[in-house]
Design a protein around this ligand. Structure first.
Ligand SMILES: [Zn+2]
Length: 269
């Protein structure tokens, strides 16, 4: 089975960007992961300035040199700075080796400031756009962890964004963490993909996602090194679903989303 991991980071590991990527390659080798996709720099910055964006993307560009065949980058953008974000997209994806877009927690993704980024990415065939989501309870956004921060999206925000761009796939990262609610929030929007990284490897998560939206809308990501690759893989490998469904989730769907940009760049899937 060709396992591709859409969601990995440099933060949370020691060493230079390249040393971090080399360590992750060893983890990938141990667990049979063929390729993985890196986004964001060696430090997580929730609301990066244009300078911080460039630095984070430079670190990823440096890290992928550890094995450009197996590791690819997704450009980190902040919709609060549309011009700088589009410039980073041009630099890293259109004129560089990156193959998709990562958006984190600076702006809720239902915000219209995402539209120019999604449109430009789609125009350039970069149809792997991955958006973080989480569902926090507690309700006080001023207390860290007590509720979603002002810019942190929920799966409902992804549903709103995806409705505005019905021809562009949007990957709902973590599907909110609270997956029973998250899956229901996006199930009726056909262009939303459910990504399963980041929460505990709970039995029933992947099974429910497949039941509600079909295996062709479910995607594996690990979020390593913040999460262990083994436990995240176990979510899919141990799920009570068919082998062909596992193949789609562990790599087939990601390759389908990457096909337009890989073709444009002359890369091998
Ligand atoms: Zn992550």
């Amino acid at each position: 089975m060709r396992i591709w991991d859409v969601h990995t980071h440099l933060a949370g590991a020691p060493g230079s960007p390249r040393q971090r990527a080399e360590k992750m390659l060893r983890s990938a080798d141990r667990l049979g992961v063929e390729r993985f996709f890196l986004h964001m720099g060696t430090i997580f910055i929730a609301d990066p300035t244009p300078d911080a964006l460039r630095l984070a993307n430079d670190e990823v560009l440096e890290a992928v040199k550890a094995d450009p065949e197996r590791i690819r980058g997704l450009v980190y953008v902040n919709p609060k700075y549309p011009e700088a974000s589009l410039a980073e997209f041009e630099r890293c994806v259109v004129n560089g080796p990156m193959v998709g877009v990562k958006i984190w927690v600076a702006v809720r993704c239902s915000d219209p400031r995402l539209d120019p980024i999604v449109k430009r990415a789609a125009e350039q065939k970069a149809t792997l756009i991955i958006q973080h989501t989480w569902l926090k309870i507690g309700g006080n956004p001023r207390i860290v962890g007590d509720g979603n921060s002002t810019g942190e999206s929920t799966p409902t925000d992804v549903a709103i964004l995806a409705r505005r761009h019905p021809d562009v796939p949007i990957v709902c990262v973590h599907v909110g963490g609270d997956w029973e609610l998250g899956i229901r929030s996006v199930s009726s929007i056909p262009n939303v993909m459910i990504e399963v990284s980041g929460s505990y490897p709970t039995e029933g998560f992947v099974e429910m996602a497949v039941r509600e939206v079909g295996a062709d809308r479910v995607m594996f990501g690990s979020d390593m090194p913040g999460r262990s690759l083994a436990s995240q893989l176990a979510k899919v490998q141990g799920a009570q679903i068919s082998e062909s469904e596992k193949e789609l989730i562990l790599g087939g769907n990601l390759r389908r989303l990457l096909a337009p940009i890989y073709q444009k760049k002359g890369l091998k899937l």
